[in-house]
Design a protein. Structure first.
Length: 217
């Protein structure tokens, strides 16, 4: 574990091997963080929060009590999590924090807001600036205010274009995905399995993939 000298790591917090805590971050008493995570500048993890391994938290993100974050989640810069639906300064609701569950591999875009009490499914993708107030299915792409389900993103973060047979192929991994109503799953790799090492490093930009799709390859 590495923590920058300006970070405040409370006694009673648990931080796994290989995790890095950067400038002015605060990890509170009772927070549990897994292995190989990265917490950027000015992040905060409150007591009682549980965070898995390989979670990447960009600058200026506060993770409040009531939040559970599984492995491989990406929280974009300045995104907002919440833990009381109806806060009033005059009414103390300590201990009544609502649960927000962010499941394995999900991405929350920059400056997006997650209203508490919901679940973001595995590999869900929340666009920059979206406001999400409802559960999101696995791989669901949510855009806008209020956030709407506009499609599905592959594990590698590409829009899935489903054909008539309900199948779509990710242009980066070649994995085939199947849609059945709102449910999408990967036919080639179980959602709970780790990515093979040869598919864990990007070689081409998002724009290059988009151009390739328009040019038909
Ligand atoms: C959602 C996202 C992946 C879409 O990317 P894309 O496929 O390249 O989207 P496009 O640029 O082709 O836009 C498609 C449409 O969606 C709109 N759109 C794109 N991103 C949007 C967003 N975040 N909110 C609202 N609308 C958005 C575009 O204006 C466009 O609308 P139009 O069809 O009416 O012209 C991307 O915009 C995004 O938000 N990524 C997250 C980035 C981020 O937060 N990174 C954090 C780490 S630095």
């Amino acid at each position: 574990m590495y923590s920058h000298p300006t970070a405040v790591i409370d006694e009673g917090s648990v931080i796994g091997d290989g995790s890095k805590i950067w400038h002015f971050a605060h990890i509170c008493d009772g927070a549990e963080i897994g292995k190989g995570c990265n917490f950027g500048q000015n992040t905060m993890v409150a007591g009682g929060v549980r965070i898995g391994s390989n979670v990447k938290v960009q600058n200026n993100v506060a993770i409040y009590t009531g939040t559970v974050i599984e492995d491989d989640v990406f929280l974009g810069p300045s995104c907002v999590l919440t833990n009381v639906t109806n806060p009033r300064s005059q009414v103390v609701r300590r201990g009544l924090y609502e649960k927000t569950l962010i499941r394995r591999g999900a991405t929350v875009g920059a400056n997006a807001t997650i209203v508490c009490g919901i679940t973001l499914g595995r590999y869900a993708f929340i666009a920059a600036g979206a406001v999400v107030a409802k559960d999101v299915p696995d791989y669901g792409l949510i855009v806008g205010v209020p956030g709407r389900l506009v499609g599905y993103m592959s594990r590698h973060g590409h829009l899935l274009r489903f054909e008539e047979n309900g199948h779509a192929t990710c242009p980066e991994s070649g994995f085939v995905y199947e849609q059945d109503g709102e449910a999408v799953r990967c036919l080639d790799l179980d959602e709970e399995q780790a990515l093979p090492a040869d598919l864990s490093e990007g070689a081409k930009s998002y724009d290059d993939f988009k151009k390739g799709i328009h040019e038909g390859h």
